[in-house]
Design a protein around this ligand. Structure first.
Ligand code: ADP
Length: 571
């Protein structure tokens, strides 16, 4: 700014001086010309007054000065000239404008080029009458134009020199004045610079102009607010960084061009990369088709996704999610390798323990039945019957546990066409005792075939129907509705029994969870029925849903997807 201000001021001053100089030169020239005209008119008059018929024209025109004197006869012939000219070749002067003007008694000055002398001259002529011979002559005087401004041109170098001195003086003066004016602005500039660099320290400013004082005051106020906000933001960022870098889940964010814009330390460890990965494309870190497609779906269709991914021998549960109000995609990687291994170990233990328990229990049951045959004591019979009941319950429980672990560990499935309505009819027979006891109406609506292992479909329908009967009231109703659509088949087992409260509905599919343990046990429940149903559905990727109203009834639906024709375990 200082340089510019200085430059502009110097340019303006210089242009001003040049204009002033030129105008002065012009005015001087005009004045000189005016004076020259007056001089020439005066000189002509004097010469005219001196002239008479006896005048020797050659002597008359003799002069040492710059003024040229010419005597011209009435017919335009040059009679004498103060300048050495050839009288024989000189042109007739009657048509010269100054002669014509004198002839008309309207003398005037004229500037024109003299062909005779080859220079520019100012001319003035007067007609001088000769009363004796009734004749007249013209007395003409002329002055070289160059002579008019000779003083001006003589003093020109001096003027130019003075002009340069003044310009240099102005230059120094302007520089000093501008420095003084600019000084407070410099301190404002310093303030703004320290503000933008984030290291603002309120310092006193050179107080000179009210306007600047106001600006600096405003800057101080803004700086205080900004500094406060900056510190708050920095604290928040530090907290966020701390949290991000201390969570065990890997976390990173990409923009719509799939460039990584944020990554936490866990993610750096997972992918074995450094912070240099920031601003680089995700492909520099990991190339995985599933992950890439999930991110694309999120960018293009805002579709969030959850899936499993194996990275360097570990299993990660991956969440791809678009951050609200931004175009950023957040990817969270939870390491579930240990969970999976633990779950596997639990399942193995569950299967082994169940198996180990079943053998002695079957033996106990056999010995008990033998004891009952040989026993005649009524009291002991009661105990034996009680032992038989409990042993049966435990065997059922263990069988359910084994079924569950079989389903969980199913490596391969061999699906065949299974008729749902046929199985529903078969199950009617297995639960006929309770149906008859409670006078329950049992209805099967529709028919349909699904592709699965018959054992699995049987277990699924049996558990749903048993519950619908078990948790029903006297004179209740159980309906099995089978609907075959174009894409899939839906089976709904509904009852008008005791129903399930909303808070229990989320838990009843857990192992051994029972709303009312005593009622379940009394009716032969093990707490594993719905777990078995859930695992069968998961095995085939069937959709399981529950609708229930406490005291009104329950409706459990399974949607069998039509693509169950594969003979391997769904992933
Ligand atoms: P259980 O062997 O105890 O029936 P389940 O896993 O089959 O175990 O069911 C879990 C719990 O869900 C049951 O104990 C029962 O409280 C509740 N439940 C299941 N089906 C129904 C139903 N149709 N009506 C009411 N409650 C039900």
């Amino acid at each position: 700014m200082k340089k510019r201000l200085f430059l502009y001021t110097i340019i303006i001053i210089s242009v001003g001086f040049i204009c002033f100089f030129c105008i002065s030169v012009y005015i001087t020239h005009v004045n000189n010309l005016d004076n020259a005209k007056k001089t020439i008119i005066e000189t002509t008059r004097i010469y005219s007054g001196l002239y008479n018929e006896e005048t020797d024209v050659d002597l008359f025109v003799k002069t040492n000065g710059d003024t040229r004197i010419t005597v011209i006869s009435s017919d335009g012939k040059v009679l004498a000239d103060s300048r050495p000219i050839d009288m024989n070749t000189v042109e007739n002067h009657l048509n010269r404008p100054e002669i014509q003007a004198a002839l008309k008694d309207k003398p005037e000055t004229y500037i024109r080029h003299s062909d005779t002398l080859g220079i520019d001259l100012i001319y003035y002529a007067l007609k001088v009458n000769n009363p004796d011979n009734n004749n007249y002559v013209f007395i003409r005087t002329a002055l070289p134009v160059a002579k008019i401004d000779s003083y001006l041109f003589q003093s020109l170098p001096m003027l130019v020199f003075l002009f340069l001195i003044i310009v240099i003086f102005c230059f120094l003066l302007v520089r000093g004045v501008i420095s003084r004016i600019i000084k407070p602005f410099n301190s404002v500039e310093n303030k703004l610079q320290s503000l933008s660099s984030g290291e603002y320290k309120p310092e006193p400013v050179i107080r000179s102009y009210d306007e600047i004082n106001k600006i600096t005051q405003e800057i101080d106020d803004i700086a205080l607010v900004l500094q406060k906000n900056f510190f708050e933001l920095r604290d928040e960022k530090n907290k966020l960084d701390y949290i991000l870098n201390n969570i065990t889940d890997g976390l990173f964010a990409v923009d719509e061009k799939k460039s990584i814009i944020l990554i936490n330390s866990s993610a750096l460890d997972i992918f074995n990369v450094t912070m240099d990965i920031i601003d680089k494309n995700i492909n520099y870190m990991i190339y995985n088709k599933t992950l890439s497609e999930a991110i694309d779906a999120c960018i293009n269709n805002s579709k969030n996704s959850l899936f499993e991914l194996q990275i360097k021998g570990s299993i990660f549960y991956v969440t791809v999610k678009q951050l609200s109000y931004t175009k950023l995609i957040m990817i969270i990687l939870s390491n579930v390798t240990e969970n999976r291994e633990n779950a596997k170990r639990r399942e193995e233990f569950f299967a082994n323990a169940s198996h180990e328990l079943k053998t002695p229990l079957t033996a106990i049951k056999g010995f008990n039945e033998l004891t009952l045959l040989n026993n005649k004591d009524e009291n002991i019979t009661k105990y034996i019957e009680s032992i038989t009941r409990e042993t049966d319950r435990m065997i059922t429980l263990i069988e359910d546990m084994l079924k569950l672990s079989e389903i969980e560990n199913a490596k391969e499935i061999n699906p065949v066409d299974v008729s749902l309505d046929k199985i529903a009819h078969e199950i009617r027979e297995t639960v006929s005792y309770t149906i008859d006891e409670k006078s329950i109406a049992y209805e099967i609506i529709g028919e349909g075939t699904v592709k699965a292992e018959p054992e699995h479909v049987y277990e699924l329908v049996k558990n749903l129907v048993e519950n619908a009967v078990r948790y029903n009231n006297q004179n209740g109703k159980v309906t099995i509705t089978i609907e075959s659509g174009r894409q899939n088949i839906c089976m709904t087992v509904s009852d008008n029994g005791i129903g399930i409260s909303p808070e229990e509905q989320t838990r009843i599919f857990e192992r051994f969870y029972r709303v009312e343990k005593s009622r379940s046990q009394r009716n032969g429940g093990t707490g594993l029925g719905l777990s078995i149903v859930k695992h069968i559905c998961a095995l085939y990727d069937w959709k399981l849903s529950l609708k229930s109203k406490f005291g009104i009834g329950t409706e459990i639906s399974v949607i069998f997807s039509s693509n169950n024709s594969s003979n391997s375990k769904p992933e």
